[in-house]
Design a protein. Structure first.
Length: 185
C-alpha cells in the first residue's frame, strides 16, 4: 500500500467521519443490537446479517450508540438521519439562554451622579438576564482605606435590591473588591 492508500484506509475505515457516526462497512464489531427502520427491536445479531437487512431495505446501517454493550445500530436513510440530527441540535441551541457576566467598575472616590449612571447600567444588564460583577478598584493610597470603602458596594446592592440579589458578597481580591449580582427570580 502506498502512503495515500494507508491514509485513506485510516481516515475512512477507522470511523473518523465528520459526524463521528460509523455507517455500513465502517462498523467493525462482531455483533450489534439492531433496531429496524420503523423503530422495532430486531435483537442482537452479527454485523454481516445486519448489513444484509439494511441492503435489502436499500438503507444504511448506522451505529447510534457505540458505547453500549453490544453497540446499538439502526437501519435508516443516513442523509435523512443526519439532517434530523442537525435540525434537533439547532432547535436546542435556540432554546438555551447564555448568561453573560457584565462587569461594572467603580473607584472609591466615585461621585453620586457617576454612581447613579453605573447603577442604571447594571439595572439594564440585570433586566436582560445577565449576571453583574461589580468591581471596586483601589490604586495607590486608596489601598489603605479598603475597609471604609465597602459601603459603596453595599449602597450599590441596596439601590438594586428591588430587581437583584447579591450572589457573592463583597470580597477583596488583590487591589480590588468584587461582588456578584443576579436577577431576582
Amino acid at each position: 500500500m502506498d502512503s495515500y492508500a494507508v491514509h485513506f484506509y485510516f481516515f475512512f475505515m477507522e470511523g473518523t467521519t465528520i459526524s463521528d457516526l460509523m455507517i455500513n462497512e465502517q462498523i467493525r464489531d462482531k455483533e450489534v443490537r439492531l433496531i429496524g427502520e420503523n423503530g422495532e427491536q430486531l435483537g442482537i445479531m452479527s454485523v454481516r446479517d445486519a448489513m444484509k437487512l439494511a441492503e435489502d431495505a436499500e438503507l444504511d446501517l448506522v451505529k447510534i450508540a457505540p458505547a453500549a454493550k453490544p453497540p446499538v445500530c439502526k437501519i435508516v436513510d443516513y442523509g435523512k438521519y443526519k439532517y434530523e440530527q442537525v435540525r434537533r441540535e439547532k432547535e436546542a441551541k435556540k432554546k438555551q439562554k447564555v448568561i453573560e457576566i457584565k462587569e461594572i467598575r467603580l473607584s472609591p472616590n466615585i461621585d453620586t451622579n457617576d454612581l447613579n449612571t453605573k447603577i442604571n447600567a447594571a439595572r439594564k444588564f440585570l433586566t436582560k438576564g445577565d449576571r453583574v460583577k461589580v468591581t471596586l478598584r483601589f490604586r495607590g493610597r486608596e489601598m489603605a482605606h479598603m475597609n471604609s470603602s465597602k459601603h459603596i458596594l453595599d449602597d450599590f446592592a441596596e439601590s438594586l435590591s428591588d430587581i437583584s440579589v447579591v450572589e457573592k458578597a463583597p470580597k477583596v481580591e488583590g487591589r480590588s473588591m468584587t461582588m456578584f449580582l443576579t436577577e431576582k427570580r
